[in-house]
Structures are given as C-alpha cells and as structure tokens.
Design a protein around this ligand. Structure first.
Ligand SMILES: *Cc1c(COP(=O)(O)O)cnc(C)c1O
Length: 406
C-alpha cells in the first residue's frame, strides 16, 4: 500500500489555500513596490493592495480598517499589545491579568513585564478549561490596566465566554485584550461586540501565509494606544515600524475574505468529521477521555487522552503518515507534560497520554477513516506491550502502588 500523508495538526499551522497563493503571486515580482514609496506608481500599487487587504481583514472581524496594525504574526501582535499597553498606561497602573492556559507568546510577554516591574495575575481555569468569571472580577484592582484572555485555546479548542469577560472589563474600566489566533477565520470574532480593545491573530492559522499577522487596536470609545516595540519609519500609525510584507498581507486579506464566506458551511463539515473521529476512538478504545469543554469548543479540534499510553510513543507508531500533536513538549532534558492540560487538572499520566487532532479545510472523510484505524491499532499495540496496562486489566489498583524512585 502506498503511504499517504495525513495532516491533522492545523492548530500548529495551516497550508496556504491555493486561492491565497494565486492572489499573492504577482506581488513578488511585477507588483513588487514598497507600500511606503509615496512618489511613484510601484509604491502606489502596493499601497492600494495593502489597503484592500486591510479592508478584507477588517470586514472579517467587523472593525474599521484603520484599526488593523500589521505585524509579523500573532507572537509579535501579542508582544505589542501586552508590552505596548504596559508602557503606554504605566501612569494608570502596572497590573495585568491573564490565564495559566495562554499561549507562550502571552505568558512570556507577561514574564518580561514582571521583570520590568509589572505585576501579573495568572488565573486558573476549571476542569473544562474555562475561566471563573467571579475570580476574574475579584482579581481586578485599582492598578489593573489590562485583562488578556485568549478566545480559543490552541491545545483544547476551548472557547471562553468573551462577551461576559468583556462586560466585566467594561464595568471595571480596564482594557480587554484577546489572543484570538485560533478563533479568527474559524468562528465569528467581532471584537466590538465583545468589548475587546486589542486582538491578536495571524494569517498562517487561517490558510494564509506564515510571517504575517495583525493586531486590532480600538480607535474610538475608548481610543486605545500602544507604545511601539519596533522603532523606525513610523509605519502602521507609528505603532509598528518596518516595511510591510506586501505579498503576505495580500494573502492574509484573501484568506480573510475566503474565511468570511465559507466559515459557516466549513464548520458544519468539520464538526461532522471531528465528531466521527472522536466518537470512534472513544467507542473503540476503553479508557479514552476528551479533554476540555465539549460544549464550548472549536469544531475542528479534539484533544484525547488514551490512558496508560504514552503519547509520544503512540505517535511513533503512525507519525510516518499522520501529523498530529502530543500533549508533551520536549524541553532541554525531559519530556514535559502540557502545561495547558495540567492547568485543567489532568495528572501527569493523562497529560502525557494526550494527542491533539486539529482538522482543517483540506481534511477528507477518507483521511479520518484511515486515521481512526491507525490510532486504534496504535493504542492497542502500545497497550499490548505495556505491563501497566496488563496490571490494570488484572484489576490491580495502580494508584496504590508505590513506585520505586531511581
Ligand atoms: C500560533 C499561535 C500564536 C503564534 O502565532 P505566530 O503567528 O506563529 O507568531 C499565538 N497564539 C496562539 C493561540 C497560537 O495558536
């Protein structure tokens, strides 16, 4: 049988839609001008293309095009929002609130802000991955300037109650920022409806190119400003200097236009495929658990733990063919369980035995059927080899065993 490659890691990055590539292509050569060249047609054409893309993106999230600041991606947009607000609003206060389950781009920016003298509260989430609204409200104090809460989690797909969070922030008079990277282009994400003042997202998670993203910055009621983190020519209303990535921005715009049109039907298709995959694995494999809030979740994501099966090892049984992500991250010396799953209250064992499947626009039903077979075989194979699984099947209470330390 010829080996096929199946990509189920769309939360890590998505392939470029061919329509996006087609839109971008002319801007590498024929239309190569610098959008900041104000005095000749090469520059004008690129500027027009950027303006058009800005409108396409603004349209997707229902904001004014002037409120879109282009960046190199969501990491940069998160950095700009957090550090930029911290610097700009330092006279008002130095306290920021975020979640333990945020992306590293947010968490590490917050760590840097702490080093610069700021104070950061990292809120816990519940077993389903959701923030407790009362705890959030109680954490806001006089010195709080910003609440930063992601729209949808990259590992579990869990969606937060953005509207309720926005209302709390409005009532308390603090700015609300969201890393919406995993949500934009997949579900309706209208920051103005949610009371969000700053929102980070990126093209390569929504079938656009890598290396281009945006920060939405609210311009009216209130007029929000961020201190630039990149000094130079004063591009993007002074908030982000640097020559614009014109082909990337054109592709980003096209990706936004496609997403706005196709999101609804695509979500139905993806939910069908995701549910088929999830149900088959849970039904066919005992001791399989779904991680995160299944009632508030992105349609294309399922994060599963296969008890007593080490995720990285399981992946080796099929990763020549299927690209997924495990709930462990290789740090310098050891395999660390996912901090997101640990924050949900999973033990190390269940966190280590998790796999994230993230489907996408180009996932087919045939691929899902094949994946089900491969995962079922892989898990059964691993368990057949596992002394722990054998003990579990024999009814040994594994929690009562005291393992020897080496
Ligand atoms: C991918 C991702 C980022 C980083 O985006 P880049 O454009 O790759 O820098 C930030 N936040 C979340 C939630 C993500 O999934």
């Amino acid at each position: 049988m010829n080996k096929k490659l199946i990509y189920l890691d769309n939360n890590a990055t998505t392939p470029c839609d061919p329509r996006v590539i087609e839109a971008m292509t002319p801007y590498f050569y024929e239309l190569h001008g610098n959008a900041a060249s104000r005095n000749h047609p090469f520059g004008w054409r690129s500027e027009e293309a950027v303006d058009y893309a800005r409108e396409q993106i603004a349209n997707l999230i229902q904001v004014d095009p002037k409120e879109i600041i282009f960046t190199s991606g969501a990491t940069e947009a998160d950095n700009l929002a957090l550090k930029g607000v911290y610097e700009m609003y330092s006279r008002k206060g130095n306290h920021i609130i975020t979640l333990e389950t945020e992306h590293k781009a947010v968490l590490d920016s917050c760590k840097k802000i702490e080093k610069m003298g700021g104070e950061v509260t990292y809120l816990k989430v519940d077993r389903l991955g959701r923030v407790n609204l009362q705890e959030l409200e109680d954490a806001i104090k006089d010195t709080t300037i910003l609440v930063s809460i992601m729209w949808a989690n990259n590992e579990t797909g869990v969606i937060q109650d953005m509207k309720a969070i926005g209302e709390i922030c409005a009532r308390k008079g603090v700015l609300f920022m969201s890393d919406a990277t995993q949500a934009v282009g997949k579900i309706p994400t209208f920051p103005k409806e949610m009371g969000i003042h700053l929102m980070a997202f990126t093209a390569h998670k929504m079938y656009g190119p890598k290396g281009v993203g945006a920060l939405f910055v609210n311009r009216k009621n209130p007029r929000v400003k961020v201190t630039s983190q990149m000094d130079g020519g004063g591009h993007e209303r002074g908030m982000r200097s640097g020559t614009l990535n014109v082909p990337g921005i054109v592709g980003f715009g096209k990706a936004a236009e496609i997403a706005a049109k196709e999101m609804e039907s695509e979500n139905q298709r993806l939910a069908g495929l995701r549910d088929k995959l999830e149900k088959a694995l849970v039904d066919k494999l005992e001791e399989t658990y779904v991680n995160g809030d299944v009632d508030n979740r992105m349609a294309h994501v399922t994060n599963l733990s296969f008890k007593h099966v080490e995720g990285e090892g399981l992946m080796m049984t099929f990763n020549q063919e299927i690209g997924v992500s495990s709930g462990s991250a290789c740090t310098s010396a050891s395999l660390e369980p996912s901090y997101v799953l640990i924050a949900l209250g999973l033990g190390d064992d269940l966190a280590h035995s998790s796999i994230r499947f993230s489907l996408g626009r180009f996932t087919t039903e045939e691929e899902i059927d094949y994946t089900i077979d491969q995962i079922v075989n892989g898990v059964n194979h691993m368990r057949d080899l596992s002394p722990i699984w054998e003990m579990y099947k024999e009814g040994v209470d594994l929690d009562s065993i005291v393992w020897e330390e080496h």
